[in-house]
Write a protein that binds this ligand. Sequence first.
Ligand SMILES: O=P(O)(O)OC[C@H]1O[C@H](O)[C@H](O)[C@@H](O)[C@@H]1O
Length: 548
Amino acid sequence: MQANLAKHWSLLQQHAERLKSQPLCDLFAADAERFSQFSVHLDDLLMDFSKEKIDQAALAALLQLAQAAQVEARRDAMVQGEKINSTEQRAVLHMALRDGIPAGVQVDGQDVLKEVAAVRERFLDFAEAVRTGAYKTVSGQAFTDVVNIGIGGSDLGPVMVTTALAPWHDGPAVHFVSNVDGAHSVDTLKGLNPQTTLVIVASKTFTTAETMLNFSTALAWLKASLGEQAGQHVAAVSTNLAATRSYGIEDTRVFGFWDWVGGRYSVWSAIGLPVAIAVGKQAFTEFLAGAKAMDEHFRSAPLAQNLPVLFALLGIWRRNLLQYPTVALIPYDQHLARFPAYVQQLDMESNGKRVQLDGSPIQTSTGPVIWGEPGTNAQHSFFQLIHQGSEVIPVDFLAAANPSSQSEFADLELHHETLLTNVLAQAQALAFGRDAEAVRADLQAAGLSAVQIEALVTHRTFPGDRPSTLMLYRQLTPYTLGRLVALFEHKVFVQGVIWGVNSYDQWGVELGKKLANVLAPALHDRTVPAGVDASTAGLLQHIHALRA
Ligand SMILES: O=P(O)(O)OC[C@H]1O[C@H](O)[C@H](O)[C@@H](O)[C@@H]1O
């Protein structure tokens, strides 16, 4: 715990103790204005947090915590290009990728916005050339398919955004290969024609083992059909231009970015190339504009009206004060099916840390486990546990007031009304539950005997008092998606500042990679390395036997 925050944490603990014994239904009963007091919006994007177990005094204490943690000063340092990623000595400027920082910011003597604009123009022009057929296959045709090969931030962002913007998808079909499991390459490539397929290899470092192996498989697949001309069906996105050259990828089809863009913050850069090919320059530009609008709000709105700040503080309240270890992220929006997976990397890779910036251990809990699936499907799967399980799991709901799809054969208004009634009903059920008395009345009305009723009543009671926040927006457009993603990015930033962690490194993924390198020869040669632990030795022997 940062020492200067101790008194704020202890005040917050007192508020939490007080509020633990005040059910949500009492908080609503006591305040007719609760919805307007505990909701905030940026244009049509509304965040309703009235169903969180919070009151004005606790919220004020959270805002004081944010002030004491110097959230605004840290935000300004990030925006000005200071090297706030201290373990890697890097600036953190993903906001620049959507022009969300002021003009003139420099990193190592380079004008950041100018560099961004130059690369953006190049990759959006290339995307348009692929879409229009101006950039042709070796046999002079237009590309029908694009395969993006990348993993982590070089995959999840493009996958999530392409899925989310399906109604805007009017370019070539876009496919994604990420897993090193050969099944992913085989299943994806087997349905495609190499004569009309463009492969994009996306890797910030251009050293990620999975991506390099998947790329060599895809290149072999292209070469088997196109021979020496296969390279014309390859483009690359990377910060490591020396490596892309060493693979013989022509510079005109290589799109760079910078070490001040974390992988999980990179979808706004040339990493978004497959998205731009799918939806076109205009929709991609609107996606950037939505994020920029959120950046401007984040940079200028007072803390008490600042959406990302409030969202972050509610997360702190849930995690550190009410001590809920997980958050369910449930988009009532099928196009956001991959949003939970995207936010898992964004949030858990950023704030899944246990030491502070100075290397000392953190005394508080940090990033929660984020998990989720789209509603209404989730209702028919794990919502039982959320409603009646032994742990309280706060829920973040996302929903659009209007559908983004169009159809001649489906009554989309009816579908959408059904979707919306469900999200509202679930949030109600979580917050207010159904007590024993109401359950008894229901069962009596259904004609059950007194004995039957008493046998069922506890099973059918809902405890309620389970918190949720709802993000509600007009429609899932590229602009709205940009705002949403930037909202989550900034939430992660604010929480990282309060916990005192470096949200922009990810050393926790390194050890497994190193150990895999050591084990690779053992798998290949069917040996057991000397000195390896007994469990791994046993497993290796079992694998060797099964492969014999
Ligand atoms: O883009 P790359 O350099 O290939 O990295 C891909 C991913 O792998 C790394 O291990 C990190 O955990 C991720 O943050 C990163 O997005």
